[in-house]
Each structure stands twice: as structure tokens, then as C-alpha cells.
Design a protein around this ligand. Structure first.
Ligand code: CMP
Length: 139
């Protein structure tokens, strides 16, 4: 079934000039770009986006990291694109992410309080609908 998913290229991806490389991988996989914008997050937006992580030890470092510079917000579309993008991204911890994935090829652990793992992808249809509504309310 055709799905839309929200992808964020986090501030580390922008700082490290990996935006083109990551978008290239998304396009090579064959997903359509429905929306793509360079944005700066706000505390309000992140409180909504990361509501499920509130109270976890990495929550504040995560919010601070996501506010540390511009990010790229993307909506992708394609058959089973939610699972497909998460497969392209690799596991959360970039140290163990498989080679061939975005995190496995481009990421590593920097010894910081939060995993700076380059990308975010919605984890279910419900999350995708919620997250697209947060980042692109007009879609
Ligand atoms: P993301 O998919 O954006 O969702 C939550 C983020 O928190 C995750 O990517 C990582 O950047 C970060 N994260 C998740 N688990 C941990 C953890 N155990 N320690 C540090 N950071 C984490």
C-alpha cells in the first residue's frame, strides 16, 4: 500500500554536508519527495514530535541537539515507504548499524549524551500521520 512517511535529516547531517548523499539514497530507492524543506525546529515542535520520549534520560540532550542547527524535513511517498525508509536508515545506534545503511555508512558514536544518528523516520502509519501533521500541517 502507498504510504507517506516523515523523514528528518537531523542537524548533524546538515553540519556534516550529508544532505545530498542521503537524499540521493532516498531517490535511488525510488521514493517520491512530496515535501522537502530546510527548517529550524522549535522547542514546541520538538515537544510534540518527541512526546513519547519525555522523561527519558536522553530527552533533554535530544531536544538540545535537534535545536543545534537547521534540519531538513521531508515527506516521502511510496509502497511501504515507512518500513522501507527505516531499512535504508539502519538501526538507531550507528555503531552497530549495518554497512550499506545511512547510519552504518555515514554515522558513528561521538561519545555524546545522545545518539547523533543523522536521520529520523516515522515508525508506523499512526506516527507518520501524527508527525506529518506536526511538521507539514498544510499537507
Ligand atoms: P529518533 O528516531 O529521532 O528518535 C529518538 C531519538 O533519540 C533517536 O532517533 C536517537 O537520536 C535518540 N536516542 C534513542 N535512544 C537513545 C539512547 N538510548 N541514548 C541516546 N540517544 C538515544
Amino acid at each position: 500500500m502507498t504510504q507517506r512517511t516523515l523523514v528528518l535529516l537531523k542537524p548533524d547531517a546538515v553540519r556534516r554536508s550529508q544532505v545530498g548523499e542521503i537524499v540521493r539514497r532516498i531517490e535511488a530507492k525510488g521514493y517520491a519527495l512530496v515535501a522537502l524543506e530546510l527548517r529550524t525546529a522549535t522547542p514546541e515542535l520538538l515537544a510534540e514530535h518527541y512526546a513519547e520520549h519525555e522523561g527519558k534520560p536522553f530527552y533533554q540532550p535530544l531536544v538540545d541537539f535537534m535545536l543545534s542547527g537547521p534540519l531538513v524535513a521531508i515527506v516521502l511517498e511510496g509502497e511501504r515507504s515507512i518500513e522501507g525508509f527505516r531499512s535504508l536508515a539502519g538501526t538507531t545506534d550507528p555503531t552497530g548499524a549495518a554497512p550499506g545503511t545511512i547510519r552504518g555508512d555515514l554515522g558513528r558514536d561521538w561519545g555524546l549524551a545522545v545518539q547523533q544518528n543523522l536521520v529520523h523516520g516515522s515508525d508506523s502509519e499512526e506516527s507518520a500521520a501524527r508527525e506529518i501533521g506536526i511538521w507539514f500541517p498544510n499537507l
